[in-house]
Design a protein around this ligand. Structure first.
Ligand code: NAD
Ligand code: DAU
Length: 341
């Protein structure tokens, strides 16, 4: 990346986006960042209070589906690259309300690709997910060649977006990269997701709602390792290619929840097995050989180290959790977890 380039980061007020923006401001002073975010329930300006005064950082509130605004921002800030984090990201919400997933994840991505193409953007990176590959049995791992087999409305929308990225590369020659990462955890994750939700409940002795039998397996990666991987792919990746990232830390949900309880010295009796998620994917595991061998990247922390850092962060940032759980979250939680009686 040359000096003085300006990158459009969409969804920079969400969990992974804010950690990425922070990394860029702190480690890459040669790059300016325009954070373009609609500030949905998952986006929070407070996630970036420590870097918002940097001259390297600019914020625009907007929807990635808004063609005129995206076009204006690209022109005004002389954007040379786009990294698209913006998305509806929660599987459970996609089961109860899939429409907005098509709007943001598919139509929004298509609009960004169209604007990127019209403005001659040098590189477009789509932050995708391992969920596009579907679910694994007891063995094996997803490679970039694994068939796309999405099971939830969320993963179907992300897969559709990936197809549009591929098509813009093939049809228009747009320089694109797609990254597919496994489950992230770390600071600033909205407490609808497993780890911060369980932290928040364990803290106040509220039951910990484990779906089904808790045997579903995820491949956990610390969010900063994902952010480093995205930057490595953006700066070193080959146009048109897909890169898988994972943390090489497979754990089943019960193991994760028990580790959180043991952090608090609280009993496993707080675990409550609840109705399973519809269409619940059994197991994700990533083969990251391509990224490890071609991007000069590797995960830097073990799950135990990363989980301790994460739980310590939530412990010392209780005010952040209190703020994000004060509004819409309350009715979401009631509908999701308290309607069964
Ligand atoms: P998040 O839900 O925490 O944040 C999403 C951000 O996008 C929010 O700031 C929100 O305001 C913004 N946004 C939503 N709709 C928008 C729109 N129409 N226009 C502009 N901004 C909009 O999500 P996250 O967990 O940080 O995930 C970021 C990306 O990474 C997503 O594309 C997701 O699919 C992908 N991903 C997530 C994980 C994970 O474990 N969280 C793993 C792999 C890939
Ligand atoms: O694999 C990458 C994906 O990881 C990302 O693309 C998604 O954006 C991200 O949300 C995440 O999806 P998951 O569905 O795997 O994450 P979630 O935290 O919602 O759930 C993790 C596991 O925990 C899953 O097996 C469901 C289970 N779970 C989750 C919640 C919220 C429970 O058992 N109870 C819960 O209350």
């Amino acid at each position: 990346m040359a000096n003085n380039e300006t990158i459009l980061v969409t969804g920079g007020c969400g969990f992974i986006g804010c950690n990425f923006v922070r990394m860029m401001i702190n480690k890459h002073p040669e790059v300016e960042i325009v954070n373009f975010d609609a500030l949905t329930y998952a986006g929070n300006l407070d996630n970036l209070t420590d870097v918002m005064d940097s001259s390297q950082y600019h914020f625009v509130r907007g929807d990635i589906q808004d063609a005129a605004l995206v076009s204006k921002v690209i022109a005004d800030y002389e954007i040379s690259g786009i990294i698209n984090f913006a998305a509806e990201s929660h599987v459970d919400r996609s089961i109860t309300g899939p429409k907005v997933f098509i709007d943001t994840n598919v139509s929004g991505t298509l609009n960004l690709l169209q604007q990127a193409n019209e403005h001659g953007i040098k590189r477009y990176l789509q932050v995708s997910t391992d969920e596009v590959y579907g679910s694994l049995g007891a063995t094996g791992a997803f490679t970039e060649e694994s068939p796309l087999c999405p099971n939830s409305p969320y993963s179907a929308s992300k897969t559709a977006a990936d197809h549009f990225v591929r098509a813009y590369h093939h049809t228009f020659g747009l320089d694109t990269i797609v990254t597919r990462c496994s489950n992230n955890y770390g600071p600033y994750q909205f407490p609808e997701k497993l780890i911060p939700l369980m932290f928040n409940n364990a803290r106040i002795d509220k039951p910990l709602p484990v779906y089904g039998d808790g045997a579903n397996v995820r491949d956990w990666i610390y969010v900063n390792d994902h952010c480093e991987a995205i930057w490595a792919a953006f700066t070193k990746g080959t146009p048109g290619e897909v890169y898988n990232f994972g943390g090489a830390s497979e754990r089943n949900n019960l193991e994760v929840v028990k580790a959180i309880l043991s952090y608090f010295n609280k009993p496993d009796s707080l675990i409550k097995f609840v109705k399973d998620r519809l269409g619940h994917d059994q197991r994700y595991a990533i083969d990251a050989t391509k990224a490890l061998t071609t991007l000069d990247w590797k995960p830097s922390v073990t799950f135990e180290e990363g989980l301790k850092m994460t739980l310590d962060w939530y412990s010392t940032n209780q005010k952040w959790i209190d703020n994000v759980t004060s509004g819409e979250y309350k009715s979401y939680y009631k509908k999701m977890y308290e309607s069964e009686g």
